[in-house]
Design a protein around this ligand. Structure first.
Ligand code: SF4
Length: 339
């Protein structure tokens, strides 16, 4: 099988061209074709000689792959299904909102983090996506040219596939790639601190941390990651970074009736986030089969939000999108179709 060129960094493209006896500067030309002009065939790279195009095409392909299906929500959200090389399926969600056009992308096939409230977690882990498979989602949705933002909040824990995610972030932000400002990208994590530290040190993208409870035992019952990386340690680490200027830190907080939605939790959350500069996104829970957790009503969500705002923590209630097509937060399952 031919290797995809998309997903390669400039340094990797350089290795490719040198190994084929092509001049080093061809790497920059190829990057431009892949990430700026967004060609789908090596034959279109017309400033490479015909002989070099043939050499390249003998072992490589561009690697673009259209979504295999699309489901459109009444609210304009579109859920795309991409089939991976090994026949599995991952989802990307396009979310138009006034002047913003956001794509929520997946970084893994399933997930091994086992969060109790998440459909992706329920399906288990079926492997990492390659940088090619991740960047292909951004390049191959029909709205690709009009995207204003990308969020790594789809299937998988991005920090559990750090090396591939980091390559994609380079491709999206470097001059030879998409040349996007890192401010257009948010990477979400449940706080897998080992690689989260690298994301903080090595990139400038916005960061979103899924907290969902300020209490150790309670969070442990929701998110097994709390055992290895307690949220208190995560916040301690985040206090070392500046989120007041160039980059933003947000905390994701799904609200469950009678579990984490009273004022005592709100105060504990205020205390947990002190000194981090984080804002809070309150998220309505979308019921999923076999999970005995109940959605908090609008009135309680509003009261919780107002409590946080009164205490100086900027909080908003995230508008639910794509629930009718199972595209809302925590609902992505990707129907892993083996074979
Ligand atoms: S919430 Fe995120 S980290 Fe947790 S199981 Fe779902 S996809 Fe994985």
């Amino acid at each position: 099988m031919k290797k995809p060129l998309i997903g390669m960094t400039l340094a990797q493209l350089k290795e490719v061209v040198l190994s084929l006896g092509m001049p080093g500067f061809s790497a920059g030309q190829i990057a431009k074709w892949l990430y700026e002009k967004r060609v789908t065939d090596i034959e279109e790279m017309t400033n490479l000689s015909k002989a070099n195009r043939e050499k390249l095409a003998a072992a490589f392909c561009v690697g673009r792959c259209e979504p295999s299906s699309a489901m459109r929500s009444v609210d304009g959200t579109v859920k795309y299904l991409f089939t991976t090389a090994d026949g599995l399926a991952v989802e990307s969600v396009y979310i138009p909102d006034d002047d913003r056009a956001t794509l929520c992308i997946s970084s893994q096939k399933g997930c091994r983090m086992g969060c109790r409230f998440c459909m992706t977690g329920k399906q288990g882990f079926h492997g990492n996506l390659s940088a090619a498979e991740i960047v292909n989602q951004v390049l191959s949705v029909p709205e690709s040219d009009t995207l204003t933002n990308v969020v790594f909040m789809g299937m998988g824990e991005p920090m559990d596939n750090f090396d591939e995610v980091q390559k994609v972030l380079m491709i999206m932000t470097e001059k030879w790639g998409f040349a996007w400002s890192p401010k257009r990208i948010t990477v979400s994590s449940i706080g897998k601190l080992d690689t989260l530290r690298r994301l903080l040190d090595e990139t400038h993208v916005h960061v979103a941390i899924s907290v969902h409870s300020p209490y150790h035992e309670e969070r442990l019952g929701l998110m097994p990651v709390e055992k290895a990386y307690p949220v208190r340690e995560v916040m301690k680490c985040l206090r070392n970074y500046d989120f007041a200027h160039q980059r933003r830190l947000s905390v994701e907080y799904i609200m469950w009736n009678g579990l984490n939605d009273d004022d005592v939790h709100a105060q504990a959350l205020v205390d947990l986030l002190a000194g981090t500069g984080s804002r809070v996104n309150l998220i309505r829970f979308h019921a999923i089969p076999g999970v005995n957790l109940k959605t908090t009503d609008e009135q309680r969500m509003t009261a919780f939000r107002d409590y946080l705002n009164r205490k100086g923590v900027l909080a908003t209630i995230r508008r639910s999108r794509g629930e009718d097509i199972m595209a809302a937060c925590g609902m992505l399952a990707g129907k892993v179709n083996k074979g």
